[in-house]
Design a binder for this molecule. Structure first.
Ligand SMILES: NC(=O)c1ccc[n+]([C@@H]2O[C@H](COP(=O)([O-])OP(=O)(O)OC[C@H]3O[C@@H](n4cnc5c(N)ncnc54)[C@H](OP(=O)(O)O)[C@@H]3O)[C@@H](O)[C@H]2O)c1
Length: 364
């Protein structure tokens, strides 16, 4: 950005019929749920402890009934904190006082436990990614369809209305014809024992971080993205991908690049570049609940900033899921079908990135 170009603050664009079609995470939610959706949590994870389970107990549309883990002591610690029952993983699925499960196990177990929960007649909110391969995602989706149960990934950013403001600017023609999308989700190294460093548990940067910019590209550019190439920095000891990049192209020729990794300074952003302007969204994937997003639109002769209202994307994810469950037969609705199709499409991109990546071995 040229420093001499004046920045103008503007009122937020009004979301209207999006350039990219209905947004699956940001449909109007009917909050008048007759009774809260009763959840069992599968996994005594750090993310559940810090973020999701406190939000679930605070959300009027959801109720936490039980937590199941592989360790009875840890399950009980969760039960004590959240005022619910402790359980084993398998016993939780036998309870008839839960409607839905929230799965925060390592990614390699997502598909298996989602399938077990669906077989037990429970709706499923599973942490991202839904599985580690497209084949496994397809199998779980088929099961949800057959049993008419709601199946969603907890991709919280999809629920943030800042992306509606982006699609409104595109629809208003402020960017002109789109030429490229760039997205990145990168962060510093994690503790050595983190599940993200264990290949057998579905670790690696592509599955943990790369799925965010891939999903954002699909959200904004629509279906049909194709992978043209990829790179991965893999560690010498076990081949785990620490970071990577992928180049894709949309059916209309929008060039797309995504970057991901856990060996970087923090970054969580995307930008869209059109013939008339460039639009940047910082904090695209992880805006805190109280954060007011600022969209930056750069045109040839001026810069505009749109400061948007804060939104709690985790609460919106939970409330949206609860509304889908309360709607009944929701697995057959177009909105729910879109959630499932998008989950499979993303895993197809993940498979393609993995297959095409040129690997460079690094120490780490
Ligand atoms: N949506 C988001 O923004 C977001 C953010 C962070 C994480 N996540 C997702 O949340 C999930 C958990 O991540 P986390 O960082 O919270 O990880 P974590 O604290 O390490 O939790 C992993 C959970 O899996 C269990 N586990 C580990 N290995 C297992 C095994 N071999 N068999 C059975 N259970 C096993 C752990 O059991 P113990 O408790 O007994 O160790 C723990 O309950 C991941 O899928 C991650 O992608 C999502």
């Amino acid at each position: 950005m040229d420093d001499s170009v004046p920045a103008r603050r503007s009122t937020p664009p009004q979301p209207r019929s999006a350039h990219t079609g209905p947004a699956p995470g940001r449909e109007a939610v009917d909050t008048a749920v007759a009774r809260p959706v009763r959840f069992g949590a599968l996994g005594t994870s750090s993310f559940g402890w810090r973020r999701v389970l406190p939000a679930m107990t605070a959300c009027p549309q959801t109720e936490l009934v039980a937590v199941g883990g592989r360790s009875p002591e840890r399950s009980q610690r969760f039960a004590d904190r959240f005022g619910c029952a402790g359980s084993s993983l398998a016993a939780l699925l036998e309870r008839d006082d839960i409607d839905a499960v929230y799965i925060s196990l390592p990614p390699s177990l997502h598909g298996e436990w989602a399938a077990r929960a669906l077989h037990a007649g429970k709706h499923v909110l599973v942490e991202k990614p839904i599985s580690t391969t497209a084949a496994e995602a397809r199998a779980v989706v088929k099961l949800a369809e057959e049993r008419d149960l709601v199946l969603r990934e907890n991709f919280m950013f999809l629920h943030h209305p800042q992306h509606d403001a982006v699609t409104a600017l595109i629809a208003e023609g402020r960017l002109g014809g789109l030429r490229s999308f760039r997205g990145a989700f990168c962060f510093p190294p994690l503790p050595a024992e983190d599940i993200r460093y264990v290949p057998g548990l579905g670790g690696g940067a592509l599955l943990d971080a790369g799925v965010y910019p891939l999903r954002a590209a699909a959200m904004l550019l629509g279906p049909g993205l194709r992978v043209a190439g990829a790179t991965a920095r893999v560690r010498a000891s076990d081949g785990l991908d620490l970071s990577g990049q992928a180049l894709l192209v949309s059916p209309s020729g929008v060039s797309t690049s995504v970057e991901f990794g856990f060996e970087h300074a923090y970054g969580s952003s995307y930008s869209l570049w059109g013939e008339g302007a460039k639009l940047t969204v910082d904090r695209a994937f992880t805006p805190p609940a109280g954060y007011q997003p600022v969209l930056v639109l750069e045109e040839q002769d001026h810069v505009e900033q749109f400061t948007l209202p804060a939104a709690d994307q985790l609460n919106r994810s939970l409330a949206g899921f609860a509304a889908a469950v309360a709607a009944g037969g929701a697995a057959a609705s177009p909105g729910e079908a879109r959630w499932r199709q998008d989950a499979v499409a993303m895993m197809e991109l993940v498979d393609a990135v993995r297959a095409q990546a040129v690997r460079v071995t690094v120490e780490g």
